[in-house]
Design a protein around this ligand. Structure first.
Ligand code: ADP
Ligand code: MG
Length: 295
C-alpha cells in the first residue's frame, strides 16, 4: 500500500473496515500482501484487501496497471510470487442451497477460518465451485465446441442438476442478460460478437447464483444499450453477492460497487468507498482518472 502522509486527512477512509488488511468477521476473500513479477518487473506490488460478504469492490486503473494480474491471483488462476489469498467459504443459509447442496462436502469448515487457495488445492476447488468467474477475454473461457446454452448449463450439470432443468435455468439466465435463448442459445462462440460472448460468460457465472462474483472488465466489449441491461443485472446483485469487479470507469463503479481500489503501475494508490474516492480523491493519479471520466 502506498500510504502517504496525506492519508491521515481522512480517517474515515483509513478505518474503512471493508478494505482494511485486518480480518473482518464477515470476510469472504482476503488478499494479503500479494506481489507478482513478470521477468523481474512488478505487475502487482504488495496489494492487500478484504472482500466482505455482500460488499462490492471495484478495481480501477489504466491499461497495464495490474488489474488482470491481481484478479487472476484472487481467482486462483495465477500464483503470486509473494503473499496469500484466503477463501472463507460460502456461508449461504441452508434454504438457499437446494440447487448446490450436493457439492458441499461435509466437514469443510472454511466458513469460519480462511483457507489459502495458494497452498491448499481443496480451498481453490471450493472457491471455483462457489464463485462465479468472468474472465477478461470471454472467447478464451468459452469452449469453442459448445453452444451458448450448453456453456451456461454446464456449471449446473456439474452440480448434478438434471439436463432439462439446467437448460431451463440456462435459457432464463441468457434471457436476463438480454439475449433471446431461441436465437442465441444454439450459437457457438465463433458465431457470437465480443459483447454477446461476454454476456454468455456473465450468464454462465450467474446461473449458479454464486455468493461471490469475480469479474474482469465484464462490460468492456458490450455496446451501450446492452450495457444498461448488464448494469441492471449486476446492480441487482448488490448487497446479495460479494463482487470483485474490474471496471474502466468510476461512473460505472458508482453504480456497481461500494468500495474501490485504484491501481497504478502495480500499486494501490487509492482506496475507500466509491463516494469518498469520487468526492475526495487524495492521489493525483485518481484525480486525473476522475477528470478523464468526465470528458
Ligand atoms: P491490466 O489488466 O490493468 O491492463 P495486467 O495485469 O494485464 O494489467 O498487466 C500488468 C502488467 O504486467 C503490464 O505491464 C503487462 O504488460 C504485464 N504482463 C501481464 N501479463 C504478462 C505476462 N504473461 N508476461 C509478461 N508481462 C505481463
Ligand atoms: Mg486487464
Amino acid at each position: 500500500m502506498n500510504q502517504g502522509p496525506q492519508l491521515n486527512h481522512s480517517p474515515q477512509v483509513n478505518q474503512n473496515p471493508q478494505l482494511s488488511d485486518g480480518i473482518a468477521p464477515d470476510a469472504i476473500l482476503r488478499v494479503s500482501h500479494v506481489t507478482k513479477f513478470y521477468r523481474g518487473v512488478p505487475a502487482v506490488r504488495d496489494v492487500s484487501f478484504t472482500l466482505r460478504r455482500g460488499r462490492s469492490l471495484a478495481v480501477i486503473g489504466e491499461s497495464g496497471s495490474g488489474k488482470t494480474t491481481l484478479t487472476s491471483i484472487a481467482m486462483g488462476l495465477l500464483r503470486p510470487d509473494c503473499g496469500d489469498v484466503e477463501y472463507y467459504g460460502d456461508a449461504r443459509d441452508s434454504a438457499d442451497t437446494a440447487h448446490s447442496r450436493d457439492t458441499v462436502h461435509s466437514g469443510e469448515t472454511a466458513d469460519s477460518a480462511g483457507m489459502s487457495i495458494i497452498n491448499n488445492h481443496a480451498a481453490l476447488l471450493r472457491l471455483r465451485r462457489e464463485s462465479g468467474i468472468v474472465h477478461q477475454d470471454p472467447f478464451a473461457s468459452l469452449d469453442p465446441r459448445w453452444s451458448a446454452l450448453r456453456s451456461i448449463a454446464e456449471p449446473l450439470r456439474a452440480r448434478g442438476v438434471p439436463r432439462d432443468e439446467a437448460e431451463r435455468q440456462a435459457a432464463q439466465t441468457l434471457q436476463s442478460v438480454g439475449l433471446d435463448p431461441r436465437v442465441y442459445g444454439v450459437r457457438l462462440p465463433v458465431d457470437l460478437s465480443g459483447g454477446q460472448a461476454q454476456r454468455v460468460a456473465i450468464a454462465r457465472a450467474l446461473v449458479v447464483r454464486p455468493r461471490l462474483l469475480l469479474a474482469d472488465e465484464p462490460m468492456s466489449a458490450i455496446d451501450v444499450t446492452a450495457r444498461l441491461q448488464i448494469l441492471d443485472v449486476l446492480g441487482g446483485l448488490r448487497g446479495k453477492v460479494a463482487m470483485l469487479v474490474v471496471l474502466h470507469d468510476l461512473g460505472v463503479a458508482q453504480r456497481l460497487a461500494d468500495d474501490v481500489i485504484v491501481m497504478h503501475h502495480g500499486d494501490v494508490v487509492e482506496r475507500g468507498t466509491v463516494d469518498q474516492v469520487l468526492t475526495h480523491p487524495r492521489d493525483s493519479y485518481t484525480r486525473r482518472l476522475i477528470a478523464a471520466a468526465t470528458l
